[in-house]
Design a binder for this molecule. Structure first.
Ligand SMILES: [Zn+2]
Length: 363
């Protein structure tokens, strides 16, 4: 993932801004210029958006610090134009812990709102500009920031995945039910709400339709994920790895890869350099390689060198999440820094299907 900016670590957690964020700022400046605002007014607006995202960062930091209390580290916090994401190593599975971690984010926004309440009460919040454009200036800046924090807290507490409220709901349900069942119910409630939002969008504001779609997909994905994970709970990387896999040297020509591709079922191959793992190629890389470099070119030319490694004792659930997050087609399994096997994204999918079939359930 490309990033535009990485800040010094915030309480030990790297914070970065996704490059698409600059598009948001450009869009704000552009639309405000078109609306006829002057430079000072646009400056206030940009400062306002940056402050808002500072609040979003603090919200994510709230999740991260709550998770840290339970020994769960946060890999990083990334700000996207639509909000922030704190990448936790994993979600706590104990209901009370999930409840605390999920609540910690919106709680930060409520605290900010309380701190800014005096400004909200004092400010004159009648639109100062034309009807479509609300103009931010020094007299209403803090009041508006306070009000938007209320919105951030409320929006995040909508009881549907991927919002924090969805996790709160699941955590409450898991006190009495299994995690899989609790997720299933929370996911259905989320989907019903999503349809409600979309329908309301037709009458009120088209933006709600997007929120509805976003929630529906999030609710669906979370349920699939938890269900899939439940089938491989208790397994480790060692249980899913292949020890018989094809590897090719980076000096070998593309034509060798074509041969092994046509010969067998495998679609992803490990590339080595002096018998040490160097990178990987996929079926798509091979096809692209033929047209771009020709069949005699060395595999080095088409090789992806970002290899992912995991220890053989790592829980398979964690490996599964890594596949989901990084979209890598294969992960190498190591034991005392020696590669002993390979897990293919498809393998893990098949393993889930087989274990689901044995339990008489479908994924
Ligand atoms: Zn949150």
């Amino acid at each position: 993932m490309k990033r535009a900016l990485t800040f010094p670590k915030l309480m030990g957690i790297p914070v970065s801004i996704h490059w698409t964020f600059t598009l948001l700022i450009i869009w704000i400046v552009y639309s405000n210029v078109r609306a006829g605002l002057n430079a000072a007014q646009i400056g206030w607006m940009v400062l306002f958006v940056l402050s808002l995202f500072l609040c979003v960062t603090l919200h994510e930091l709230g999740h991260a610090l709550a998770a840290r209390r339970y020994g769960i580290q946060t890999k990083d916090i990334t700000l996207y134009p639509i909000g922030g994401v704190a990448r936790l190593e994993k979600m706590p599975e104990k209901p009370v812990q999930e409840l605390v971690v999920a609540f910690a984010g919106p709680a930060v926004n409520i605290v900010i709102m309380l701190l800014l309440t005096p400004f909200i009460l004092q400010a004159d919040l009648q639109p100062a500009g034309s009807e479509e454009v609300f103009i931010i200036n020094q007299s209403n800046f803090l009041a508006m920031l306070g009000l938007l924090n209320v919105w951030l807290a409320v929006f995040n507490l909508i009881p549907a995945f991927p919002m924090d409220g969805g996790r709160v709901l699941r955590a409450l349900l898991s006190i009495k039910l299994s995690r899989v069942r609790a997720t299933e119910i929370a996911s259905v409630i989320g989907k019903v709400l999503a349809v409600g939002f979309a329908l309301a969008g037709f009458y009120l504001n088209p933006f709600l339709i997007f929120i509805g779609i976003f929630i529906f997909l999030g609710a669906h994905a979370e349920n699939e994920m938890v269900k899939s994970q439940s089938f491989i709970t208790g397994l480790t990387a060692k249980d899913a790895m292949m020890t018989n896999f094809i590897s090719l040297d980076k000096q070998q020509p593309v034509s060798e890869a074509v041969k092994v591709l046509l010969d067998g079922e495998a679609k992803n191959f490990l590339i080595t350099s002096d018998e040490v793992p160097y990178g990987y190629i996929t079926r798509e890389d091979i096809i692209r390689g033929i047209t771009q470099f020709g069949e005699n070119a060395p595999l080095e030319n088409i090789c992806n060198t970002q290899l992912q490694f995991t220890d053989y004792t790592t829980e398979l659930n964690e490996v599964f999440l890594e596949f989901q997050k990084t979209r890598t087609p294969l992960i190498l399994v190591q034991r005392q820094n020696k590669t002993i096997g390979l897990i293919d994204a498809e393998n893990i999918g098949e393993l889930i299907l087989i274990r689901a079939a044995r339990k008489g359930s479908s994924v």
